[in-house]
Design a protein around this ligand. Structure first.
Ligand code: IFM
Length: 460
């Protein structure tokens, strides 16, 4: 472990800044048919030949459905404030509509109570991609009815758990679900049709806005928001072609989501680009999407470089490249946050995911992942930098607590700060987890000093 990083964390995070770790249901739970769970689109997608790099599935994953209690102990042992997790919609309402599954609900009830018993805040995501298969059979996110099924699901979960949740996120990364799921087809449900993708994107946003309105009307007191995967999009050169390409990619990745959420309109340049593929938008939809949010979640991994000549070779950046083929580019996080702050009236912002897949080696019960530790320290410093420049930062969560099922990449890409042996399900804290724990101890010590200083200050 790098002692300098551990002993010198940035200490100017406010006392109420929320530090956490994140996971999602499909990536860790396993137990695809236990206790009445229905299939999700990812269960089906994994069965299609050629979809997952190592031909694996989420059938066992980290066996968290069985090991949840010891996993909660692990989280508490890290000294974080919060755990961000998602609910598997088909576990609690197997067909996406109709009967609820009491055993599935009980699982999340136990999980949330277990978090609170350990002094941890619960950050629940409703949709981290595992849509019930039965809803897909009726058209999935491209079908407007799914919007209403999602609002019912949101209300049901808030009724069951809302009194114990610090925050509810409607959707994790709508861009991924819309574009990778429906345009490139690399992710479930594996559709390749841009018009369908943009209709799905619109319905995801609409269901977010309508869910927020419904939850507020029901008296839900949890913080409510959405999580977007965002990146600064930089042109490869200053040529007019690359600049135009960067503007378009920024429009499709960032403004397509941020503009309706925070300004109530889709960006005109992207609508023009889409032409016949623009989604059907009904009167009142955009107003609903712009329902005020208590927070915005940002997932950041790397920058994006746009080139009109085709995909940009990441090696040209001269940076370290992660196992996913993503550049390590921490200053992009500061750049992104400052840009969001400049262009939008932001609610408080959480970094809801940040981390990297690195070539870990488990030896003698240890994983010396200096690369991941450095990545986390640099990105936390980038958050501090943005915060100092006025961005309303509220929290930071590492992706991920555990090595897990990395979607179409299967199990080969390890993002965890905790190593998982998939044969034995044994968990080992990597050096990055030890570093994060030490860093958080430093934060707590600094908080103590801050509180003592505040108490000692005379009333002004
Ligand atoms: O593992 C994913 C997660 O499910 C969503 N955000 C990006 C992560 C890394 O690819």
């Amino acid at each position: 472990m790098n002692a300098t990083l551990a002993s010198k964390p940035p200490t100017d995070f406010p006392a109420d800044f929320v530090w956490g770790v994140a996971t999602s249901a499909f990536q860790i739970e396993g137990a695809p048919a236990a206790d009445g769970k229905g299939p999700s689109i990812w269960d089906s997608f994994c069965q299609r030949p050629g979809t997952i790099a190592d031909n694996s599935s989420g059938d066992i994953a980290c066996d968290h459905y069985r090991l949840w209690e010891s996993d909660l102990d692990l989280i508490a042992g890290l000294g974080v404030d919060a755990y961000r997790f998602s609910v598997s919609w088909p576990r609690v309402r197997p067909g996406g509509a109709g009967a609820w599954n009491a055993k599935g609900l009980d699982f999340y009830e136990r999980l949330v109570d277990g978090l609170l018993e350990r002094g941890l805040k619960a950050y629940l995501t409703l949709n981290h991609w595992d849509l019930p298969d039965e809803l897909q059979a009726q058209g999935g996110w491209a079908h407007r009815d799914t919007v209403h099924r999602f609002v019912e699901y949101a209300r049901g979960m808030a009724t069951h758990l809302g009194d114990r949740l610090s925050a509810i996120t409607t959707h994790n990364e709508p861009w991924v679900m819309a574009v990778l799921g429906h345009e490139t087809g690399l992710f479930a449900p594996g559709i390749k049709d841009r018009a369908v993708a943009m209709q799905a994107a619109h319905h995801l946003l609409l269901s977010h806005g309508l869910a927020l309105q419904a939850l507020r009307a029901d008296g839900c007191r949890s913080e409510l928001g959405i999580v977007l995967n965002l990146a600064p999009v930089q042109p490869a050169t200053d040529s007019p072609e690359d600049l135009a390409q960067a503007r378009l990619e920024d429009g499709r990745l960032l403004r397509w989501y941020m503009d309706p959420l925070l300004r109530g309109a889709y960006p005109q340049d992207v609508l023009d680009f889409l032409g016949a593929d623009v989604p059907q938008v009904q009167p009142g939809d955009l107003q609903a999407i712009a329902a005020p949010m208590d927070y915005l979640g940002v997932n950041y991994y790397s920058r994006s470089v746009a080139s009109a000549a085709g995909p940009w070779d990441v090696h040209r950046g001269g940076r370290e490249i992660t196992e996913m083929g993503w550049e390590v580019y921490p200053e992009g996080l500061t750049e992104l946050l400052l840009r969001l702050h400049r262009d939008y009236a932001l609610p408080p912002v959480y970094i809801t995911e940040n981390g990297g897949a690195f070539p870990d080696k488990l030896a003698n019960g240890q994983v010396h992942d200096a690369d991941r530790t450095r990545y986390l320290a640099q990105h936390i410093a980038a958050v501090a930098d943005a915060m100092r420049q006025g961005v309303p930062m509220k929290g930071y969560m590492v992706w991920s607590l555990l090595d897990n099922f990395e979607w179409a990449s299967g199990y080969a890409k390890r993002f965890g700060i905790v190593h998982v042996d998939y044969e034995t399900q044994h968990r080992t804290l990597k050096d990055s987890a030890l570093w994060y724990r030490a860093f958080l101890q430093g934060q707590r010590a600094a908080r103590g000093v801050q509180k003592r200083l505040e108490a000692a200050l005379p009333e002004l």
